[in-house]
Design a protein around this ligand. Sequence first.
Ligand code: GDP
Length: 433
Amino acid sequence: KAVIAIVGRPNVGKSTIFNRIVGERVSIVEDVPGVTRDRIYSKGEWLTHEFNVIDTGGIDLGDEPFLAQIRHQAEIAIDEADVIIFMTNGREGVTAADEEVAKILYRSKKPVVLAVNKVDNPEMRSDIYDFYSLGFGEPFPISGTHGLGLGDMLDEAVKHFPDETGADYGEDFIKFSLIGRPNVGKSSLVNAMLGEERVIVSDIAGTTRDAIDTTLKYNGQEFVIIDTAGMRKKGKVYETTEKYSVLRALKAIDRSDVVLVVLDGEEGIIEQDKRIAGYAHEAGRAVVIVVNKWDAVEKDEKTMKEFETKIRDHFQFLDYAPIVFLSAKTKKRIHTLIPEIVKASNNHSMRVETGVLNDIIMDAVAMNPTPTSNGKRLKIFYTTQVAVKPPSFVVFVNEPELLHFSYERFLENRIRDAFGFEGTPIKIFARAR
Ligand code: GDP
């Protein structure tokens, strides 16, 4: 999917436009004072195009000076986007900060659409001609608050989308990515995998200008490591900011079947790991948890078990994910990783037989009667698998509200016990018959 980034100096209205494009208010202000949990990466749609949008203004770069912040946000847009929407403010005219952003964007080869926001009424349209001086051709007048002009602006943006068929791989490939905070050893792990004896690498990222993925073959199965280049390329100032690693993770997850959540065995689990792991789960991808740097851990026979308990405690939502302990440095147990990826991927796309599924559900109900609410009992008529990636089931019932979370969880566990599904989330929906 193509990626659009919105850049511009503060207060030109980037977040308003971002929210308009993604079609809902995604910026959530939590009750906790001082905590704004704003989304910076989200899906958007225009005509027949589906894409992702980045609000670079949401990437807070700490207490860097004003101009350095804007500059870094623009650099992120250049690195991450296929098309950049450069936002300015029609009420204030062209400012020095706009010119600063423009200078950075000139140097990139990425297409830029210039938007002039806060043009709330037609009379103001004559004021936008100054913006030609920024050197990005025709400025598009828009109004975030009134939702005006966005269609023309997006028409222009989608014209610059790369050939959408180009970036995709066939169904025969298992696509996986490695996510985790900086320095857990993602790129070391990729190198260790590629160095394995039975792995045949067909395309190493970085050998051609646009190659960001690596394709490889193992035991006749083909794989794509998503965004290999992103893991290897290092040293930019903004790469250690959390929002930026989240952005990268979201981008990679979006294109993957299986996500490896990489943890640092030496440093242990921190809050940031938990958030990053949460994104993989929410996206419905298969997940394998990798504990790297196991060589550097002082251990006895209980250490692994203890670490596993800690992981299960911290990542309760990932209870289906297998855990692999290894060392990218010494290569110990590296060979166990690819088989886990294959297993998780197979389970992620597994279809089960309806007859068997209904027998399982009937047995489950016989063992643990359905819940009642206000004197009414849940009745399950029929269950069927409606989708894969992840496996999704619809349970036809008398009243969907009666299927409480705990009973749904019970059914999920019965389905898991019967069919496996290790490594993949599964979804259950109740529908009234
Ligand atoms: P990334 O930012 O997640 O891609 O992490 P890197 O692959 O750059 O690794 C960060 C640091 O951890 C480097 O200094 C690596 O040498 C070190 N490292 C990576 N894997 C291991 C490992 O298995 N054991 C030990 N002891 N160090 C490792």
